[in-house]
Ligand binder design. Structure first.
Ligand code: TEU
Ligand code: CA
Length: 554
């Protein structure tokens, strides 16, 4: 298997709005990030994935871009960006930008021109269609509730928006659009950035004729119907030829609705498209039958099946990303661990052990390394995220759900759980801002914060630091072959890795009760690389609640 830096790296995702505020306006910014680079260097990460920092009206907190080559006012200036980039590179940390080109903001100059008249030269930068029988052109629903079409009276036509009405979809079938995007990407690469995370890149090629989709609920057709479309690989191969292949950069596709077979194309080892993709099957396992909103925990046996499918399915032919957390997912401890004071840290370390010992590139989302957990939302007024707000009102007002029944489900899975401010210390607002935070800080910051954990040897932070050090030390962790053990066990996730005759045993008890377990003979003399309960005798045959360890057999 070809060795390369992005396979051996650990990526840290920053959601700039919630990371660190340097000027007291309650909003995180670029100078705030620069002030925390030593913290990240200490953690040991290699690359920062920066959620969008471009000019935006912030309808979707930066995922609605009005100028790809200017910095969002709230985040600072291009000089602030250049300084952050230089300071990161000075510490050996690379910067990967978030490329959001399935859609722009409706305030982007391209859309303002496109909307102005039917014969504007940029009309076909977007999807404009006549209504049908006084209704939208087809039955597609938006990922953020409602129809995926908005009527625009300027030209008496509808435009497509798979996400919010302020996020009109770009028409990738138009070669002029592709060239505009590739040229913009080239200019960012020339500035010295180190790669791209590509937002919903699996949605850019729409099915010919934009036909109705199978219903996803009583109101709309499935908005995932445009995923893995007819020309998506052709367009990415063109992007690779025109831009990506010319720089030593890394790329990760956020490929909503991707399958294993499609991932083998997107992330193929020949390098004709992207380096890796984010899949969504595992983080969908605790969803409800009809939608993501639920209070269910992630079921372990289906999780083991799914991650094993991806580990074995991509081995040798493509490359996995490894994640549970990001700015769209609730905090993983609430889904797979135990957020109680007694078990929060040990379960956080158990989850991290399981993920970081697999084959692929691991992603750490801001605050995950501290064991941050979901926020105690009380009413829909506590939400900022349009996905949560829109879903609440569509489900209660249009579909008749009882607010008391649906609210806990939305609160448990809301993207806002991941967007509460980073908890730096136990001072006011967790040291995130000296002003009023744009989104409330989790009140548990007095117990869960970086200042406490950086200096505490047994903290979640220092456990992540050890995991990252191990990945930088042992090739078997990066490149070894994965094999699942005890597939049907409802509590234990046990797997091995093998490379050049060496073996690794990874043992995780994902339960809040003791379990009997004894490592196979071949591991009993092995070297314990890491464990989350130091005072236990690993060979006593008992696993404590959420106990995890890794043994290396030479
Ligand atoms: O997310 C794509 C997407 O589908 C997410 O909305 C996620 O899958 C969904 O919340 C799960 O229910 C990307 C960005 O990561 C997200 O923040 C943006 O809101 C979205 O695209 C539109 O740009
Ligand atoms: Ca600020």
């Amino acid at each position: 298997m070809k060795k390369t830096w992005w396979k051996e790296s650990v990526i840290y995702q920053i959601y700039p709005r919630s990371f660190a505020d340097s000027n007291g306006d309650g909003i995180g910014d670029l100078n705030g990030i620069t002030s925390k680079l030593d913290y990240l260097k200490n953690l040991g990460i290699d690359v920062i994935w920066l959620s969008p920092v471009y000019k935006s009206p912030n309808d979707d907190n930066g995922y609605d871009i009005s100028d790809y080559e200017a910095i969002m006012d709230e985040f600072g200036t291009m000089e602030d960006f250049d300084r952050m980039l230089a300071e990161a590179h000075a510490r050996g940390i690379k910067i990967v930008m978030d490329l959001v080109v399935n859609h722009t903001s409706d305030e982007h100059k391209w859309f303002l021109e496109s909307r102005s008249s039917k014969d504007n030269p940029k009309r076909d930068y977007y999807f404009w269609r006549e209504g049908k029988d006084g209704r939208e052109p087809n039955n597609w629903g938006s990922w953020f509730s409602g129809s995926a079409w908005k009527y625009d009276e300027t030209t008496d036509m509808y435009y497509l928006h798979l996400f919010s009405p302020k996020q009109p979809d770009l028409n990738w079938d138009n070669p002029v659009v592709r060239k505009e995007v590739f040229d913009m990407m080239t200019r960012w690469c020339e500035k010295g950035i180190d790669g791209f995370r590509m937002d919903v890149i699996s949605l850019i090629s729409k099915p010919a004729g934009l036909p109705d989709a199978p219903l996803m609920n009583e109101l709309y057709g499935d908005c995932g119907c445009t995923a893995n479309g007819p020309h998506v690989h052709e367009y990415l191969q063109e992007m690779n030829r025109e831009v990506l292949s010319k720089y030593d950069i890394m790329t990760v596709g956020e490929t909503a609705c991707v399958t294993l077979e499609e991932a083998k194309k997107y992330a193929n080892s020949e390098g004709t498209e992207l380096n890796m993709v984010f899949q969504f099957e595992h983080v969908g396992l605790d969803g409800d039958a009809e939608f993501k909103w639920s209070t269910r925990k992630m079921p372990l046996v289906p999780l083991k099946e799914n991650l094993t499918k991806w580990q074995k399915g991509l081995d040798g032919v493509a490359w996995n990303s490894l994640y549970f957390c990001n700015h769209d997912q609730p905090r993983v401890i609430n889904r797979l661990g135990d957020p109680s004071d007694e078990l929060r840290e040990v379960s956080a370390k158990c989850i991290a052990t399981c993920l970081h010992m697999m084959q692929g590139t691991p992603y750490v989302y801001q605050g995950e390394e501290l064991g941050m957990v979901n926020y105690p939302f009380r009413t829909v007024k506590d939400f900022n995220d349009l996905e949560s707000i829109n879903a609440y009102y569509e489900l209660t007002e249009k579909m008749g759900w009882d607010p008391k029944e649906i609210f806990p489900k939305i609160a448990n899975k809301s993207r806002d759980n991941a967007r509460t401010p980073m908890q730096w210390d136990d001072s006011a607002n967790a040291g995130f801002t000296t002003g009023t935070p744009w989104l409330a800080v989790n009140p548990n910051y007095v117990k869960i914060n970086a200042a406490d954990q950086v200096i505490r040897e047994d903290s979640v932070f220092n456990y992540y630091k050890k995991l990252i050090e191990l990945r930088h030390t042992y090739d078997i962790i990066v490149y070894g072959r994965y094999e699942l053990q005890m597939a049907e066990d409802p509590d234990l996730y046990v797997y091995t890795r093998e490379l050049d005759g060496h073996k690794l045993l990874v043992v995780c008890n994902f339960s809040d009760h003791e379990r009997e377990f004894m490592p196979d003979e071949e591991f009993r003399e092995g070297k314990v690389l890491i464990r989350n309960l130091d005072n236990n005798n690993i060979l006593d045959g008992i696993l404590e609640p959420y106990e995890a360890y890794v043994i290396y057999a030479e």
